[in-house]
Ligand binder design. Structure first.
Ligand code: NAI
Ligand code: 15L
Length: 279
C-alpha cells in the first residue's frame, strides 16, 4: 500500500526515486520529460546508453536478461515504471530474453528489495485475437496474437502471482497505440494520447490501493473495443479522442473488411505477423 510519503498532495515531490525502464524508447523519451514533477530522482534505464542527463536524472544501462544487473538497477527505488523490452512481434528467443526472463528478474528484485509497486506496460495484444465486433474487459480470457502478446500475458500472470504471494502491487496497462497521433484506421479505435498515458500513470501511481489491476490504456475514442469498468477504482478518465483525426482515417462502412484478418481482429497486423518469426 502507498504510504503517506507517496501522496500526490504532499508539498515535496512525492517519490524519492522512480525507475523508468525502456527510457530510450518511444514512450520512454516522452515519460522522461513528464515524470519529474513526481520524483526527486528519475533513474533512467535501457539496454542502450542514456545520454544528456540533466539534474534530477541518473542513468544505468542494463539488459533485462542480466539478473545481477537488474538487482543493481532496482536498488533504492520507490516504484518502477516498466516500459523496457521488445515492443513488437519478433522471434521467440529475443522476446523470451527481454520480456519473459527480464520480467522474472525484475519481480525477483522488486520482491527481494522490498519495492511495493510496479506500473507495467502490458499491451492490448494480450487480447489481439478477439474479433473487432466483441467487447473485452479485464476479466475476459486472454487471446494473445503472437509471441509478443504471449510474453505480455506472461507478464500479467507473473505480476498477479507476486501480488497473491508477496503483496507486491502492480497496475498492468494494456496500452493500445500510444503515438503522437493515429497512423491508420485501426488506431482510431486503439489510440492513447500521451496526455492520457500520463494521466493513466498518475492514477496507477497515486491510487492508494491498487492490488493487482488491469486497465486498458486508450483515449476516449468514438469506437470502443475495451471496457474499463473493472478498473473503475483507478479513476482513470481519458480526456482526448481520436475524433480529432477523423478526417484522416474515416471509420467507413467497409472497415473492417470481412476478408482481411488485420482489420477483423483487434490485434490488427500482429495477428498475421507470427508465422514469419517461427523457426
Ligand atoms: P520501444 O521499442 O520504442 O521501447 C522499448 C525500449 O526497451 C527500447 O528503448 C529498447 O532498447 C528497450 N529494450 C529492448 N530490449 C531490452 C532489454 N533486453 N533490456 C533492456 N531494455 C530493452 O517501445 P515503446 O513504444 O516505447 O513501448 C514501451 C513499452 O510499452 C513496451 O514494453 C511496449 O511493449 C509497451 N507498449 C507500447 C505501445 C505503444 O503504442 N507505444 C502499445 C502497447 C504496449
Ligand atoms: C504494441 O503493443 C506495440 O508496442 C506498439 O508499437 C504498437 O504496435 C501497438 O501495440 C499497436 O497495436 O498499435
Amino acid at each position: 500500500m502507498m504510504t503517506e510519503q507517496f501522496s500526490e498532495q504532499s508539498s515535496e515531490k512525492p517519490f524519492n526515486r522512480l525507475l523508468l525502464t525502456g527510457a530510450a524508447g518511444g514512450l520512454g523519451r516522452v515519460l522522461r520529460e513528464r515524470l519529474k514533477p513526481w520524483t526527486k530522482i528519475l533513474r533512467l534505464s535501457d539496454i542502450v546508453d542514456i545520454e544528456n542527463l540533466v539534474p534530477g536524472e541518473e542513468a544505468q544501462t542494463c539488459d533485462l536478461a542480466d539478473r545481477a544487473g537488474v538487482f543493481e538497477l532496482l536498488k533504492d527505488v520507490d516504484a518502477v515504471l516498466h516500459f523496457g523490452g521488445i515492443s513488437v512481434e519478433d522471434k521467440f528467443e529475443p522476446i523470451m530474453q527481454a520480456n519473459i526472463l527480464g520480467m522474472y528478474h525484475l519481480y525477483e528484485a522488486v520482491h527481494k528489495l522490498g519495492i511495493k509497486r510496479v506500473i507495467y506496460a502490458s499491451s492490448s495484444h494480450v487480447v489481439g485475437f478477439y474479433p473487432t465486433t466483441e467487447k473485452v474487459n479485464a476479466d475476459s480470457p486472454l487471446r494473445p496474437d503472437g509471441f509478443y502478446g504471449l510474453s505480455k500475458s506472461y507478464g500479467e500472470a507473473l505480476s498477479r502471482y507476486y501480488y497473491d504471494r508477496f503483496s507486491i502491487e502492480t497496475v498492468c496497462l494494456r496500452i493500445g497505440s500510444s503515438f503522437p497521433e493515429p497512423r491508420n484506421t485501426r488506431m482510431m479505435v486503439t489510440y492513447l494520447s500521451y496526455d492520457d498515458l500520463l494521466e493513466l500513470i498518475r492514477a496507477a501511481l497515486f491510487t492508494p490501493k491498487v492490488g493487482h489491476s488491469i486497465v486498458f490504456g486508450v483515449s476516449d475514442n468514438p469506437a470502443k473495443w475495451w471496457d474499463n469498468s473493472k478498473a473503475a477504482h483507478l479513476g482513470f478518465v481519458p480526456k482526448d479522442s481520436s475524433s480529432e483525426f477523423a478526417g484522416r482515417f474515416p471509420l467507413t462502412a467497409n472497415w473492417p473488411a470481412a476478408d482481411d484478418m488485420t482489420s477483423t481482429y483487434q490485434g490488427g497486423p500482429f495477428v498475421v505477423a507470427g508465422p514469419q518469426y517461427q523457426d
